[in-house]
Design a protein around this ligand. Structure first.
Ligand code: G3P
Length: 214
């Protein structure tokens, strides 16, 4: 099976607004040519612009599980879907929430038949959150996020343990840079990877995505 690549734009200035649009278009072009499965997770303010400009799926990086109404500052599921999001990430390490919040968000997203990826800091948390039955649990050791050494190289046992303990398909991330990292993750049973700095912080996006996928 081909790996799934979730490219997380985070709130990097290199992937916000018009710059983000440019990166998204390069990744879209590459996905079309290579037939790789690439998904973009972009800032809420850029979902509409980017989802209209690319064919590959665009996900929201977060939502608040509240119904539309008098909820100043909240990002509702309805708003991100109307903007063109096809899925949602919840509980990213940089935006962690409690179990109740996560459960409510997953329930809302599944009720709309959209994809949901729940992030976890380790296999134990992942196994606990799998009871909400998201499409994927993404395990990312927080200490490796944004660093030079990937989870595949530094802590392959976490991937193995996650796949063993978690009852839904597993993605992994943190420090993933190239195809050697992806191969290890896939060999250990993951379905794909989440990547940010390994793409977003690179000058040549096309070169970076090529190196990630082959
Ligand atoms: O969501 C992906 C992310 O947290 C990993 O970040 O920069 O280590 O690829 P990075």
């Amino acid at each position: 099976m081909k790996p799934l690549y979730i490219i997380n734009f985070k709130a990097y200035k290199e992937t916000t607004g018009d710059k983000g649009l440019k990166v998204a278009k390069s990744l879209d072009k590459f996905a079309k040519k290579s037939k790789e499965k690439i998904i973009l997770a972009v800032a809420p303010t850029d979902i509409r612009m980017i989802s209209r400009a690319v064919k590959i799926p665009v996900y929201a990086q977060h939502i608040d599980p509240v119904s539309p109404g008098a909820k100043t500052g909240h990002v509702t599921l309805e708003a991100v879907l109307a903007a063109g999001a096809k899925g949602v990430i919840i509980n990213h390490s940089e935006n962690r929430r409690d179990t109740k919040f996560i459960g409510e968000a997953v329930k809302l997203i599944k009720a709309k038949r959209k994809k949901v990826i729940v992030c976890a800091k380790d296999p134990t948390e992942g196994a606990k959150l799998a009871r909400f039955k998201p499409d994927f649990i993404a395990v990312e050791p927080p200490e490796l996020i944004g660093g030079d050494v990937s989870v595949s190289k530094a802590k392959p046992q976490i991937i193995e343990k996650s796949v063993k303990k978690i009852s839904v398909p597993v993605l992994v991330g943190a420090g993933v840079k190239d195809f050697s990292d992806v191969k290890v993750a896939m060999k250990l049973g993951a379905k794909g990877v989440l990547v940010a700095s390994g793409i977003v912080k690179k000058k040549n996006i096309e070169e970076a995505i090529k190196g990630l996928t082959s």
